[in-house]
Design a protein around this ligand. Structure first.
Ligand code: WT7
Length: 630
């Protein structure tokens, strides 16, 4: 545990070391892992291509750093504690040894279906331990997993299957969500009308009826039945792909963010242990879904690499009532609790009565992730959940960064409401003005960039390296551009201000405005649309869509509902616009560009300062849009 930060001066010392001698710093951290063959060189990089390689020529398997590493010491310790959606159903606990055996069995099953090193496997599953087993089994045999959040539609699923040329889909019959049962396998069947895979393995969760296609579809329990509980791990190169995870950008379809093995392993464990100050025997709970990067790095990989006990919850915060999170904290004596501001705000709305009566005294650290946390929510979390005793770690990072970049070290870095505070060791931030000049010193505001590689960073966007270059490395030369605005205050503390591109963040879920527009435009009556985000009390940002429609034979109400359904069908319910305004036209410049600035102002109801509208082709349209505001 020599890599653990214990004091503020310890943090400052480590930070200095990581900035002045990054290779020595990361070599020291990486040396505490098990490598089949040590690396020849710590780092090779240039941000122009970009080409980043960590622990060059190192050979390893990430799962050996979870299982072989811990089996003889903490093999009987719980690795995963699972709490089902229905509180009356029995939970499950898998020790490290049991998890190892499940992973091996399933890894062998994948192999017997002809899946091996380099093959892509889509995981479209509910929050059950088998989702983690599936990820680790892929890693064990060198297959590349791509987890797709089970709330995405069949179209979104098919797009991802096609983009990564998946050989198999791992899924379930259904999924419990609150009081609802969702027909997961049926969505997979629909997706497979627009794409194809050789094998589908179905985990039985809800026992609902499903159709199984002969020769393609198999039950999970059948394929593992005769498999051995031992499976020798495949030897991987440090830079071999570990997984692809799709995320939205400001243009086009979601892109497959590629993470590789060695660097991701080193960074997720290091950041997990330090940020949350996890101690042996603690119960750690992150409420995210494994379909997002938070679930990858801080439910599965980070905690398990650290030998931690990670709790997995299948349900939602409000089922059977709004006290569910606190009931779970009490039941398992959770020590570190990590959730999203949108969940905090949603629960805040139910008042503090639902918290009373639950024993939250086990809590030591509270975490926040996914979107800026407003001061009010921060204080509520601190007072009512943390009982003014638990430090809050507001962790800023992204799918592309792989791990937490800016965050307090729990209990060590002094916190400030709504501030992610300071960068972790190894993270060299840089604030730039729109021209790309670095803004040095404190009390500055601009765009957030990172000027030096870190081990868990994105390597490429799957199948389209140029897109990776254009999106992240071309806006400002020689730097990774995050897409976020940021302020560094007089103390040198960082406060993330939100996206400065056309990405919106709805309940911590990332959405491209263009992606939502494309879905809206699929409706036959839609002529054109423009989507913007606007401040929303619970979701952080809501989706506001301006739509030009052919209204013949239609009323506004039925069109609006049809458009919402269309978006839900094409992307998923999370992308459904909160407000749709049918408009006669959109504010365009003479060159045909939509002036989104104006649409954002109208959506957020700040009508007094519309800025310069003189370059508009038809300024009248703005008046009409304001009149019809939702
Ligand atoms: C975007 C990345 C990182 C896991 C979940 C989201 C926003 C994330 C914070 C935070 C302010 C935050 C940023 C970022 N974001 N965490 N603590 N404070 N904003 O991952 O879907 O890749 O989204 O989420 O805007 O760019 P993601």
């Amino acid at each position: 545990m020599s890599d653990r930060i214990h004091t503020l001066s310890g943090y400052l010392h480590e930070y200095q070391k990581s900035a002045t001698q990054p290779e020595e710093f990361w070599a020291r951290i990486a040396d505490s892992f098990y490598w089949r063959k040590r690396w020849d060189r710590v780092l090779k990089w240039n941000f122009d291509e970009p080409n980043v390689q960590w622990f060059v020529n190192g050979k390893l398997n990430i799962t050996e750093n979870i299982f072989e590493r811990y089996l003889f010491t903490i093999g009987d310790r719980p690795a995963i504690i699972w709490e089902p959606s229905d509180p009356n159903e029995e939970g499950r606990t898998l020790t490290y040894k049991e998890l190892y055996q499940e992973v091996c069995r399933f890894a062998n099953a994948l192999k017997s279906k002809g899946i091996g090193k380099g093959d892509k496997v889509i995981i479209y599953m509910p929050m059950v331990p088998e989702a983690a087993v599936a990820m680790l089994a892929c890693a064990r045999i060198g297959a590349i997993h791509s987890v797709v959040f089970a709330g995405f539609s069949s179209t979104a699923l098919a797009d991802r299957v096609n983009d990564c040329e998946a050989k198999a889909i791992l899924t379930s019959d259904g999924n419990f969500r609150g009081s609802k049962k969702i027909a997961v396998k049926a969505i997979v069947d629909e997706a497979l009308e627009k794409s194809s895979v050789e094998t589908v393995i179905v985990y039985q969760r809800t026992k609902q009826d499903v159709t199984m296609k002969d020769g393609r579809d198999f039950w999970w329990h059948d394929v593992i039945a005769s498999e051995s509980a031992e499976c020798v791990a495949e030897e991987m190169d440090s830079e071999d792909m570990l997984f692809i995870l799709y995320t939205s950008g400001s243009t086009g379809k979601p892109k497959g963010v590629v993470h590789t093995t060695g660097g991701y392993m080193v960074y997720t464990k290091y950041s997990f242990e330090n940020v949350f100050q996890y101690s042996s025997g603690d119960i750690y709970w992150c409420t995210a879904d494994v379909g997002w990067i938070t679930g990858h790095s801080y439910i599965v990989y980070g905690p398990l690499l650290a030998g931690a006990t990670t709790l997995m919850f299948e349900g939602v915060p409000t089922y059977p009532d709004a006290g569910r999170f606190w009931a779970i904290v009490e039941k398992y004596k959770v020590n570190q609790f990590y959730t999203a501001p949108t969940a905090i705000r949603a629960l805040q709305a139910y008042g503090t009565d639902v918290i009373q009566g639950y024993d939250l005294s086990s809590l030591k650290v509270l975490g926040s992730v996914g979107e800026p946390i407003n001061e009010e929510a921060w204080h509520w979390y601190h007072t009512h959940i943390g009982q003014n005793r638990c430090p809050i770690v507001d962790t800023w990072w992204q799918t592309e960064t792989g791990g937490i970049m800016v965050s307090p070290i729990a209990g060590i870095t002094p916190t400030k409401p709504a501030y992610a505070t300071l960068p972790l060791p190894g993270v060299q931030l840089c604030i730039v003005d729109p021209e790309g000049n670095e803004l040095k010193g404190n009390s500055v505001e601009g765009n957030l960039c990172i000027k030096f590689p870190w081990p868990s960073m994105i390597r490429t966007t799957y199948g389209d390296h140029d897109r990776c270059k254009q999106t992240y490395f071309s806006t400002y030369k020689g730097m990774y551009f995050t897409g976020d605005g940021v302020k560094r205050d007089h103390d040198g503390y960082y406060r993330i201000l939100g996206r400065v591109d056309d990405v919106i963040n709805v309940s911590g879920h990332r959405m491209g405005t263009a992606e939502v527009e494309n879905a809206i435009n699929e409706h036959p009556k839609v002529i054109e649309s423009a989507v913007v985000g606007y401040p929303h009390d619970v979701k952080g940002q809501g989706i506001y869509a301006y739509v030009i429609c052919d209204m013949t034979n239609r009323t506004e109400d039925n069109l609006v509902n049809e458009i919402k359904e269309m978006v839900s069908k094409i992307i998923g319910p999370i992308a459904k616009p909160d407000k749709i305004q049918i408009v006669p036209g959109l504010p365009k410049t003479r060159s045909g560009k939509i002036m989104r600035r104006i649409l954002r102002k109208v959506a957020e109801n700040s009508l007094d300062n519309m800025g310069d509208t003189s370059t508009l082709l038809d300024p009248e349209v703005v008046t009409k849009i304001i009149e019809g505001r939702k």
